[in-house]
Ligand binder design. Structure first.
Ligand SMILES: Nc1ncnc2c1ncn2[C@@H]1O[C@H](COP(=O)(O)OP(=O)(O)OP(=O)(O)O)[C@@H](O)[C@H]1O
Ligand SMILES: [Mg+2]
Length: 327
């Protein structure tokens, strides 16, 4: 199924801070994007760039010390940031589902896979126990688990890491959501299984026509699956573009660095170049561009002021002073 340009989710100026002993720590600065129906957005960035905080905020699952200070999260015309908790519960896990970073922490070890899947279905759908169980079996089959009837009676410890991820996907899809958020669904898995899981999510996404947000620290992971990519650095969008354009011709020095540090598929290399230095810590005094201290092209202006997002046409936006005046 192909997507449309109609956004199902529109995030505007999303700004989040944590309250800490040393004061307020800003972790997300004015994030803006639109997720069209049926499309996949990849959100990429190093550890600590704000990927998970962003994802949790969409469903208002942030820890109590975090605070959305500005911005809107519009889903079908409703601002989720302001919605009453009761209303939000009708959307969370229902219309918008999330697969978390660690599947073993999300599955209950003392309940069978079948109990966990049918519990979700029974809680939200008017189904008999038998109907819920047979739907659970169909879901397991859909995510590539053979002998589903037998596997429903088993416990999470009887499943491998990749199988647990598949169960998590089945759970997230149980209520046929409009949007699936997958936060690093593959970090704990080996590369072959990672690729299989992502392909599976992509295939299910295409079959159902839902939209998806894939969150990862590895650009290679979203290369074959995302329609659009948003590159986060220290809580800011540094570059956003249709995936094909971003991979063919990255404009931000940070995106270029991320791409250079990927292993060429055809070559075996012992060491990969990495971007020297590390990202700023939230709460550090800010002056210029947060990437300036690591940027090989930084000049005076970069150290003085943070650049805005320059619109380059063709759906590309880049936060870099090198783009000033370019179109
Ligand atoms: N509970 C918390 N209290 C204070 N700061 C937090 C808390 N959770 C996250 N942060 C900070 O918010 C920033 C963004 O964290 P986040 O978990 O979103 O990063 P991430 O991009 O998901 O990283 P990773 O790739 O490691 O999962 C980090 O600087 C982190 O230290
Ligand atoms: Mg994370």
């Amino acid at each position: 199924m192909t997507g449309t340009d109609e956004p199902i989710l529109q995030v505007r100026d999303l700004t989040i801070e944590f309250a800490a002993e040393q004061g307020r720590l800003p972790v997300l600065h004015g994030l803006d994007y639109a997720l069209p129906k049926g499309r996949v957005l990849g959100v990429v960035g190093e550890s600590g760039s704000g990927k998970t905080v962003h994802a949790l905020s969409l469903l208002r699952l942030l820890p109590p010390t975090a605070h959305i200070c500005r911005g809107e999260i519009c889903y079908k015309g409703k601002n989720l940031a302001l919605l009453k908790e009761k209303e939000l519960r009708k959307i969370r896990g229902h219309k918008i589902s999330m697969i978390f970073q660690d599947p073993s922490a999300s599955l209950n070890p003392v309940l069978t896979i079948g109990e966990q899947l049918t519990e979700t279905l029974l809680a939200h759908r008017k189904l008999s126990k038998e109907a819920a169980r047979s739907k659970a079996a169909r879901l397991l089959e859909k995510v590539g688990i053979s002998e589903p009837e037998k596997r429903l009676k088993e416990y999470p410890f009887q499943f491998s890491g990749g199988m647990c991820q598949r169960v998590m996907i089945a759970m997230a899809l149980a209520l046929e959501p409009d949007i699936l958020i997958a936060d690093e669904p593959t970090t704990a898995l080996d590369v072959t299984v990672q690729a299989q899981i992502l392909q599976l999510i992509k295939q299910l996404q295409q079959e159902s026509g839902m939209s998806a947000i894939f969150i990862t620290h590895n650009l290679a992971v979203v290369a074959g699956v995302a329609d659009e990519v948003l590159v986060l650095y220290a809580g800011r969008c540094m570059e956003q573009a249709p995936a094909a354009r971003l991979f063919a011709d990255p404009q931000h020095p940070y995106t270029q660095g991320l791409l250079h540090s990927l292993a060429p598929v055809e070559k075996k290399v012992d060491r990969l170049p990495v971007i020297a230095g590390h990202p700023p810590v939230p709460g550090e005094p800010e002056g210029g561009c947060p990437f300036a201290p690591r940027c090989p092209f930084a000049f005076e202006k970069c150290r003085q002021a943070c650049p805005p997002l320059f619109e380059l046409g063709g759906g590309r936006r880049v936060r870099c002073w090198l783009q000033e005046g370019k179109k």
